[in-house]
Write a protein that binds this ligand. Sequence first.
Ligand code: NDP
Ligand code: 8X3
Length: 251
Amino acid sequence: MAHPPVVLVTGASSGIGRACVDAFLAQGARVVAAARRTDRLDELAAQHDGAVLPLALDVRDRDAVNAALGSLPENFSPIDVLVNNAGLARGRTPLHEDDPDDWDQMLDTNVRGLLNVSGAVLPGMVERGSGHVINVGSNAGREVYPGGTVYCATKAAVERITRGMRMDVLGSGVKVSEVDPGMVETEFSVVRFHGDQQAADAVYEGVTPLAAQDIANVVTWIAGQPPHVVIADVLVYPLDQAGTGKIARRK
Ligand code: NDP
Ligand code: 8X3
């Protein structure tokens, strides 16, 4: 890998993505920080004196993804590590009560968006014979829970894509990994509940959830393995969780 490595993090404006940016920067990487909320990315870049390239990116827009990632400045390319983190849940109702627009947003972001970004970055990695794609899945991709039907389906798709991608690039020198977080306190639940802070807070009431930094630690650990080692996937729970519906409430 080039030194310092260039890392692209999608969904870098918040939560796990933002924590990944901080963790890679702490290791001396240069980071392309991509998301839609550019005000946050600009602030981040201003704090890091040339080490962060803020990139306005909606991962759902394939043409925009190809244009932005096809014209990165020299000091932020080629991309050595791609963290496919941008994603979201929308709604927690049964399928027959869901707003179909929520399905579209989850499928378009979590599945098509991940494919769009991978499709823009992977060919170069394969050509160079090096690179690492780290997909952020979820425990929700390994199980399903009421009110999470479509979100869980998108994360199950991420798991299938990770496995298939690893097979597709086998022999090229490119690594493909996945981290599946359990409950992490970020803006995830506020987004899921369409801005209802009270509903979001209730998700974490009486438990100690993971912090975004906990997942970033795992991501940098995955990225830091020796050249011949691939961490295929990692499931990370907080101590208070043992499955999607298995939460210990201490209060
Ligand atoms: P946050 O809501 O805090 O962060 C989500 C990030 O995704 C934001 O930076 C947001 O940026 C970005 N994003 C959303 N839609 C798009 C889009 N169309 N294009 C580009 N970026 C987008 O949640 P988390 O940090 O928790 O979520 C990160 C990932 O972790 C997601 O894939 C989520 O599914 C996964 N995950 C989260 C868990 C949790 O409990 N929190 C558990 C398991 C997995 P912006 O709005 O600025 O575009
Ligand atoms: C987020 C975790 O259990 O809320 O992926 O779906 S969960």
